[in-house]
Design a protein around this ligand. Structure first.
Ligand SMILES: CC(C)(COP(=O)(O)OP(=O)(O)OC[C@H]1O[C@@H](n2cnc3c(N)ncnc32)[C@H](O)[C@@H]1OP(=O)(O)O)[C@@H](O)C(=O)NCCC(=O)NCCS
Length: 136
């Protein structure tokens, strides 16, 4: 997967948040402990630091949603994170993001905290985030 493809999918999927550039993806991917699962249509990018893993972003291009791609990429991410020493995986998700929250709940993530007014939407509104985790 090349950073340009990830940026394209990310921009198409996240219509209400600032898209990440190809340069940002390239920079993240060069860092230690990064895990990238899936493909250009649907991917999970995260990292493992010591015994903790974090999902940094997850996106499926709108042309390919509801086909189980994110589910497959997330399952692969959890397995890889565990194999690299993680005992817990956490992430932040907008409290209004029903699709992602459903996906995470179905994968046994639970809400462990909230961050009020965490995301800024395209219209400038501030939306809270749920912090979710799973023990792996
Ligand atoms: C969230 C997202 C990654 C899901 O990708 P996807 O490939 O369509 O998801 P899957 O097909 O693997 O769906 C797996 C399950 O998640 C849940 N789900 C996915 N999309 C959903 C939606 N729009 N509404 C409700 N539940 C949804 C369902 O339980 C689904 O299973 P089902 O199709 O058998 O009902 C995708 O909607 C997306 O890219 N959204 C924009 C970016 C984003 O919000 N990323 C998460 C940031 S934390």
């Amino acid at each position: 997967m090349i950073p340009e493809d990830l940026a394209q999918t990310h921009a198409a999927a996240f219509t209400d948040q600032r898209p990440w550039s190809a340069e940002e993806f390239a920079s993240l991917m060069s860092q230690t402990g990064m895990i990238l699962c899936g493909d250009a249509k649907s991917f999970v990018l995260g990292r493992v630091i010591a015994d903790e893993a974090e999902v940094l972003t997850l996106a499926t291009h709108p042309d390919h949603q509801r086909k189980g791609l994110a589910q497959a990429a997330l399952a692969q991410f959890l397995t890889l994170a565990q194999s690299k020493g993680a005992t817990r995986v956490f992430l932040e998700v907008s409290e209004t993001n029903t699709a992602a929250k459903t996906l995470y709940k179905n994968n046994n993530f639970s809400v462990i905290g909230t961050r009020p007014r965490y995301y800024v939407t395209a219209t400038g509104d501030k939306v809270g985030a749920d912090v979710m985790q799973i023990l792996v």
